[in-house]
Write a protein that binds this ligand. Structure first.
Ligand code: ADP
Ligand code: MG
Length: 336
């Protein structure tokens, strides 16, 4: 559906040139929920903005539905932009227009015949579950509701692609969930390919089929969300994963416990009594400091933070870790 070939976006600074996006190859399949994660400044927004040519690549090619769009101009460019919806962190709604008028605006802009506007707006407002809000103004709405209006507006011209740049990042957890559920619901009835940028790992885990990790303009890792979160290969992905199971351990407690390790268990191992096995096999007790099981792409992923006694001899410690590494992704636990 979307294909980027060796795309770079270069900015000229005073004394150097700087690659905000650096030789990126990317393919997003039709109907997919594709995520892009990475630290601030990694080039995520710049990359996504090349898909609707809000940003022109300095080099490389962009294809939508197998048609090259890299050099589109004029009317063809307007049509392309209409066929790709976009939503942003700060909603960008018109403040002095009602919910109805905010959505109708997009239809007027694309010269939709007048009699077709009202039924379409009503349909879109219902799609995002805001039936009773059509006469309200943005200031009367919660953040989640505002973003749902923005989604309705973005879908007004029946785009096949929706780009979301940190669309839930300004929202509290309840509003974030509300917007995520709205997108999940829309997906069931509306054939949409979604590219979604976020730094919220909870959003990534519950929404994305696949995820790309960006760092310094490059995609350093790309795979199914489950694969990336259960066995991250790049240092950047490992850092994101660590952050998603991190907590502040009280100083008093830290003094009394041993070395901390983070264990990530995949699929069938997520339910195995590994701690009991270690105790039986090696006579070594592992203390559980934190743990949970979550579900990504409908598969279980177990995480534990355990402590190993500091006075354990090196041989025993390496045997225990070797055994654990057969069952889990093991890393030393660092506080964020
Ligand atoms: P992200 O969305 O991952 O935070 P961006 O794509 O916004 O990253 O930015 C990537 C890098 O490109 C940043 O270092 C940013 O300062 C730089 N950049 C973005 N837009 C411009 C621009 N118009 N001119 C110069 N530098 C820019
Ligand atoms: Mg950004």
């Amino acid at each position: 559906m979307i294909r980027l070939e060796n795309v770079s976006v270069t900015y000229a600074h005073e004394d150097c040139i700087f690659n905000a996006v650096d030789r990126v190859d990317l393919e997003v399949k039709e109907g997919e929920f594709f995520g892009i994660v990475g630290t601030s400044g990694a080039g995520k927004s710049t990359l996504v903005r090349t898909i609707n040519l809000l940003e022109r690549p300095t080099s490389g090619k962009i294809y939508i539905a197998d048609k090259e769009i890299t050099n589109l101009k004029g009317k063809d460019l307007s049509l392309l932009r209409q066929s790709i919806g976009m939503i942003f962190q700060h909603f960008n709604l018109i403040k002095n227009a009602t919910v109805f008028d905010n959505v109708a605006f997009a239809l007027k802009a694309s010269n939709t015949p007048k009699p077709a506007i009202r039924p379409k707006v009503i349909e879109l407002i219902a799609l995002v579950g805001l039936e009773k809000y059509e006469h309200k103004y943005p200031n009367d709405l919660s953040g989640g509701q505002k973003q749902r209006v923005a989604i309705a507006r973005a879908l007004a011209n029946s785009p096949k692609i929706l780009l979301c740049d940190e669309a839930t990042s300004a929202l509290d957890p309840d509003n974030t969930k509300e917007v995520m559920h709205s997108l999940i619901k829309i997906r069931k009835t509306y054939p949409l390919t979604v590219v979604f940028i976020t730094h919220q790992m909870e959003v990534a885990k519950s929404l994305f089929d696949r995820v790309a990790v960006m760092s310094q303009g490059r995609i350093v890792e790309c795979g199914s969300t489950y694969q990336v979160f259960s066995k991250p290969k790049s240092a950047e992905a490992q850092k994101l994963l660590e952050r998603s199971l991190s907590f502040a351990l009280p100083f008093e407690i830290k003094q009394h416990i041993g070395e901390l390790y983070r264990l990530i268990f995949k699929e069938e191992c997520a339910y195995e009594p590994i701690i009991a096995e270690i105790s039986r096999k090696f006579g070594v007790e592992l203390s559980i400091i934190a743990g949970n099981i979550e579900y990504i792409n409908n598969k279980p992923l177990g995480s534990l933070v355990v402590s190993l006694r500091r006075d354990l001899d090196e041989k025993m410690k390496s045997d225990v870790l070797f055994y654990l590494k057969e069952k889990a992704f093991v890393s030393t636990y660092k506080e964020m």
